[in-house]
Design a protein around this ligand. Structure first.
Ligand code: 2AM
Length: 172
C-alpha cells in the first residue's frame, strides 16, 4: 500500500554569511550588550538579503538554479553601528552607509526569484545583523568599524535553533 507523503516545507532565506573573523567580531559586540536580551548564537549571525519563508523541498533545486543565475559584484560592507529597534525589540549591527552593490544584489535576487515564480517578503530591505532578540533599550555601545569583504551569498534553511547554509553563490 502506498504511503501518503506530506510535502516537506522548509523555511528559507538568502543571506550574507560571515566568515569566522567577522563572526568573532560580531560576537564580541554581543558581549558588549550582555544582559540586555537573548543573544543569537554566533553560528547563526547573518545579514538577510531576501526572506522567502515556506518553500516546498521539491522546489529547492529550482530555487538554487534561480540564485545561481544572479550576476552581481563583490563589495565591502562596513558595519559601524550597533542600534536598537523598538518595533521588534532587537539589537542589531548595521552599516551607516549601505553600499550600492548590496542594494543591487538584493534587487537582482528579487528579480531572479520573481522570474522563477518564487514569492518573498517585499518589505523595504534594511540590511542588518540581529545580535540580540527580546531585548531592552540602553545606550548603544561604541564599536570599531568592521570591514566585511563580501565575496558570496548563501541560501539558508532556518531551524528551531540552528540555521543551515544549503548553498553558496559567488559574486564576480
Ligand atoms: P530579523 O533578524 O530582523 O528578525 C531568519 O528569520 C532571518 O530572516 C532573520 O534575519 C530575519 O530578520 C529575517 N526575516 C526577514 N523577513 C522575515 C519575516 N517576514 N519573518 C521572519 N524573518 C524574517
Amino acid at each position: 500500500m502506498e504511503m501518503e507523503h506530506r510535502a516537506d516545507i522548509l523555511r528559507i532565506f538568502f543571506a550574507l554569511w560571515p566568515d569566522s573573523i567577522v563572526r568573532r567580531a560580531l560576537s564580541s559586540w554581543q558581549g558588549k550588550l550582555e544582559g540586555m536580551g537573548r543573544a543569537m548564537r554566533p553560528g547563526n549571525l547573518h545579514v538577510t538579503l531576501v526572506f522567502l519563508g515556506n518553500v516546498e523541498a521539491s522546489r529547492l533545486e529550482a530555487l538554487q538554479l534561480a540564485a545561481s543565475e544572479i550576476e552581481a559584484s563583490r563589495f565591502d560592507l562596513c558595519l559601524d553601528e550597533v542600534r536598537y529597534w523598538q518595533h521588534n525589540r532587537i539589537w542589531h549591527a548595521a552599516p551607516r552607509e549601505v553600499p550600492e552593490a548590496l542594494e543591487d544584489l538584493v534587487s537582482e535576487l528579487q528579480l531572479g526569484l520573481e522570474r522563477h515564480g518564487f514569492d518573498f517578503d517585499r518589505r523595504e530591505h534594511k540590511p542588518h545583523v540581529t545580535l540580540l532578540r527580546n531585548a531592552r533599550m540602553s545606550d548603544a555601545p561604541a564599536v570599531d568599524p568592521l570591514f566585511w569583504h563580501v565575496r558570496d551569498f548563501a541560501m539558508v534553511q532556518g531551524g528551531m535553533t540552528d540555521y543551515r547554509v544549503l548553498a553558496r553563490f559567488p559574486l564576480v
